[in-house]
Structure formats: C-alpha cells, structure tokens
Design a protein around this ligand. Structure first.
Ligand code: CAA
Length: 282
C-alpha cells in the first residue's frame, strides 16, 4: 500500500465516504476542510460507517480502531504537502475548485490531483495547474463505501501514467474503474440525472404521486431506489447543477431542468441533507 498519506479535500458526504474507504483499505488519510465542525461530523459519520461494517462482521472492532487511527483531520491545506495523491471533493462551484487546484498545484508540485467532480470539466481544472498532466477525474458514487464504480476521467492534458496510477488506486480500494473522456456528465450522471429530472416532470404534471413514481422504477425496473428518492439522496441542488451542465454543454433542449426541481432548490428543499426533498426525512 501507499507509504504516503492520501489527501482528501472536503469533508462533506463524498469526502467522508472516500476517506472511509481509504482508511478501511489500509491507507493513511489527511482529510481537509475549511470548517472544523464539518470535520467533527465527518469523523462521526466515518465511525458510524465503520460500525456498520463491524455489525455485519465484515470488519473486526480492532480493524475499526486501526482504520480510525489512520484518519487525520486538518483545517490547514498546507498539511496536504507531501501527499502523492490528493482527491478533491469540495462543493461543485467552478471558481472554488479552480482556486483549490491552483493552490494545491503550488503546494504539492509532484502530487496527482484527482477531482471527484460530478460534472465539471477536468480539462478546465487542469488548465489552472502547474502540471496539468497530473490532473484527472476520480468520480465515486454515493454511498461511496457501497457502490463499486469509479469513473476515471481523462482531461485533454492527463498523462497515461496518471490514469494508470488512479486506476491502480481504485483497484486497491476494491472498486471497478471505467475510463471515460471529459464530456459533460461523464457516463453515469448523463444517464441517471435526466431520469430523475423526467421523474420530476411526471410529478409536476400530476401524472402520478411521488410514492408511485418511485415504486414504478423499483418494482418495474428493479432499481434499488426510485428516481425521486435517489434525487433526494444525491441532493436536488446537485441534480439541478448537473442538468444545467448538460444543457449548457450539449445545447440540447432535452436537458432542460424541470421547473419543479428549480423551485424546490430555490425553497431550500434539497433532499435528505435538508430534511425535505421529494420526500420528507426525520
Ligand atoms: N459504510 C459501510 N457500509 C454501508 C454504509 C456505509 N456508510 N452505508 C450502507 N452500508 C452497507 C449496509 O451495511 C448494507 O450492507 P449489507 O448489504 O451487507 O447488509 C448495504 O450497504 C446496504 O445498505 P442498507 O441496508 O442500509 O440500505 P439498502 O439495502 O436500502 O440500500 C442503497 C441503500 C445502498 C443506498 C441502495 O438503495 C442503492 O444502491 N441506491 C442507489 C444509489 C445510487 O444510485 N447512487 C448513485 C448516485 S449518483 C452519484 O453518487 C454520483 C453523482 O455525481 C451525483
């Protein structure tokens, strides 16, 4: 396994899941976030996630203790200096990500900078970096500890060695890597999020209830959860941002975001994380 710690930037849902999978696979992790309280929440979530694995007897209590000992949290970006690989999982704001990539490329000249972006262009992120050939997409799926796929996205500038290193890391984490070009929404979100958007149209038109739309796809297409529940899991703000990227990137009206989805985001009904989306959560 890697002797150097892996850096993870951003301790939200995705950053937490990525850090959990890394420490479970024997990597040491430096988890960075601007907010100390968010790092505290991440530690609790990772503790809980590892607890689930202990309950299922997939991990022993002592494995869990060792895994937690490999997790180091920090609010200083400087602490990531020396990491061979840094995985960025910050909010999907282009200006924020570009600043982070610029700062990280100054900080850690030789590091591979991998972004977990769900839809932004890797080529644009690579363009602000000192060594663009070391920038790549490493896109995980929520819940990260459960879902086996990693999309490895090649920016125009990404080198073969960088792609190979990230594919190897994905394998070390027990994930299956698929290679995909830097195209809006990559593969999974281009297929998945328009389905969620279409489900919002069905609901908006009053064609069926939220419960029946979800039951339709669970029972009629064997999806593990319905599209509206999945939108709530992903975050409706994230779904809307992905639809906007698809619409802008392809210029095709078939990707127009559903007005109901836009209104829900404007109201702050973002799904599970805000307690209310298409469904209501405790
Ligand atoms: N850590 C470790 N294990 C975990 C875990 C965690 N944080 N969370 C869940 N698990 C384990 C559970 O212990 C359970 O294990 P067993 O199978 O051994 O019993 C298993 O995962 C399933 O969990 P649950 O029993 O709690 O729940 P479930 O069976 O109802 O499944 C689900 C829940 C995994 C979310 C499932 O409904 C599912 O896969 N849904 C689809 C999710 C999906 O499509 N995600 C992709 C979203 S798109 C995206 O993420 C990309 C983007 O850019 C927007």
């Amino acid at each position: 396994m890697s002797e150097q710690p892996v850096g993870v930037v951003g301790a939200g849902t995705m950053g937490q899941g990525i850090a959990q999978v890394l420490v479970t696979s024997s990597f040491s992790v430096k988890l960075y976030d601007v907010a100390d309280d968010q790092l505290g929440r991440a530690q609790q979530a990772i503790d809980k996630g590892l607890g689930k694995l202990v309950a299922k007897e997939k991990l022993t209590e002592s494995d869990k203790t060792s895994a937690l000992a490999r997790l180091d949290t920090t609010t200083a970006l400087d602490a990531l200096r020396g990491c061979e690989i840094i995985i960025e999982a910050a909010p999907e704001q282009p200006a924020l990500k570009e600043k982070l990539f610029r700062d990280l490329s100054h900080l850690s000249h030789d590091a591979i900078l991998a972004s977990n972006t769900s839809s932004l262009s890797l080529t644009r992120l690579a363009a602000v970096c000192e060594r663009p050939e070391r920038v790549v997409g490493m896109h995980f799926f929520n819940p990260v500890p459960v879902l086996k796929l990693v999309e490895v996205i090649r920016a125009e500038q990404t080198s073969d060695a960088t792609v190979a290193r990230i594919e190897r890391l994905a394998g070390d984490l027990g994930k299956t890597a698929v290679a995909i070009a830097d195209s809006p929404g990559f593969a999974v979100n281009r297929l998945l999020v328009p389905m969620i958007n279409e489900a919002a149209f069905l609901l908006q038109e009053g064609a069926a209830s939220a419960a029946d739309i979800d039951a339709s796809m669970k029972l009629g297409a064997a999806h593990p959860m319905g599209p509206l529940a999945l939108g709530d899991l992903i975050g409706l703000d994230v779904c809307l941002a992905i639809m906007e990227v698809l619409q802008e990137g392809f210029g095709d009206p078939k990707y127009r975001p559903c007005p109901l989805l836009k209104r829900m985001v404007a109201a702050g009904y973002l799904g599970r994380k805000s307690g209310r989306g298409f469904h209501v959560y405790e």
